[in-house]
Design a protein around this ligand. Structure first.
Ligand SMILES: NC(=O)c1ccc[n+]([C@@H]2O[C@H](COP(=O)([O-])OP(=O)(O)OC[C@H]3O[C@@H](n4cnc5c(N)ncnc54)[C@H](OP(=O)(O)O)[C@@H]3O)[C@@H](O)[C@H]2O)c1
Length: 275
């Protein structure tokens, strides 16, 4: 599909609308607030069908159009690191790169061309097929797996032998990665802006700790119809409404093809817990 030159800005909380904006400028000039000492600024990016499915035909990639895929890479340019759950690595893959001109812009800012890829797992257990995925085989982005001290040394060694660093942080009561400790470790590593790319289980863990500041959500005008497939959150995370920051539309021959929302998470849900 040829990419459209323009997207329609149909709402923005502070900028004039409606107006058309070159695709290459959408989400390009965002300035996120400064992070705290306890955690980076965290923005989540997800794609869903009109009926809320985040997986279609076994993957997330088939849901959105090429415009969604373009914006996914565009959003990575602001991130020091991109965080994903191990389920996404197992069922899909985790390949964290951005567009060559945006890589150049990152280089000019003195940072690596692609963000650091961080995968969280309590078990640190991956089968042979996962070790063949691009997350393990590609060398054009830096990567690390974060687990807990409860993970088996044998499983940690397998990951290290595959050439990926492993960091163990504190476990929470359920044996999962303790989210505030993960956040403090990221800050100590110099990560100020963190893009979370899912999946749904990790999203719940972050939201329940008040560790999501913004949500970027693509809604494709397609129906999945499978109630077994996960929504962007698999469990309740807040009762409060989100604040809409902006909405763009991709229109083709006068027909709306896809919607792109940016939301702020409710202020009171954005705690910065330290324990
Ligand atoms: N539509 C979208 O935008 C989108 C985005 C991403 C993924 N997806 C889809 O989502 C599906 C996967 O769903 P999912 O819910 O299984 O994905 P997930 O959140 O990526 O993975 C869940 C796994 O991540 C690890 N994890 C999550 N939170 C953790 C924590 N606090 N501490 C330690 N480990 C933690 C655990 O791994 P261990 O079991 O190893 O401990 C857990 O089983 C895939 O099919 C993928 O395509 C869709």
């Amino acid at each position: 599909m040829a990419l459209p030159e323009l997207l329609n800005l149909v709402y923005h909380e502070t900028e004039p609308y409606p107006r058309k904006i070159p695709l290459q400028d959408v989400y390009t000039h965002i300035k996120f607030p400064v992070s705290s000492r306890d955690r980076p600024f965290v923005y989540l990016n997800m794609v869903q069908t009109l009926d809320g499915q985040t997986v279609l035909q076994g993957t997330a990639y088939t849901i959105g159009t090429d415009v969604d895929h373009y914006l996914l890479r565009q959003l990575r340019v602001h991130a020091d690191a991109v965080l994903c759950g191990a389920g996404t690595l197992r069922k899909d893959d985790v390949i964290i790169t951005t567009h060559p001109p945006l890589q150049e812009r990152r280089r000019q800012r003195g940072i690596s061309p692609n963000p650091l890829a961080v995968v969280v797992t309590a078990t640190c257990r991956f089968d042979r097929a996962v070790f063949k995925k691009k997350f393990f085989t590609r060398q054009d982005f830096e990567k690390i797996i974060v687990t807990t001290r409860r993970a088996k040394p044998r499983d940690i060694d397998k990951v290290k032998r595959a050439g990926v660093q492993v960091q163990a942080v504190r476990a929470d009561r359920n044996g999962d990665v303790h989210v505030p400790s993960l956040m403090r470790w990221l800050v100590a590593r110099g990560i100020r802006t963190l893009l979370c790319e899912g999946g749904p289980t990790l999203n719940v863990a972050l939201a329940r700790r008040g560790a999501i500041d913004e949500l970027f959500l693509t809604t494709a005008l397609r129906l999945g119809g499978d109630p077994r497939e996960p929504r962007i959150f698999t469990e309740p995370v807040t009762n409060r409404p989100l604040d809409l920051v902006s909405e763009f539309r991709f229109e083709d021959d006068g027909r709306v093809r896809e919607l792109y929302f940016r939301f702020r998470f409710p202020e009171s849900d954005k705690s910065r817990p330290s324990s």
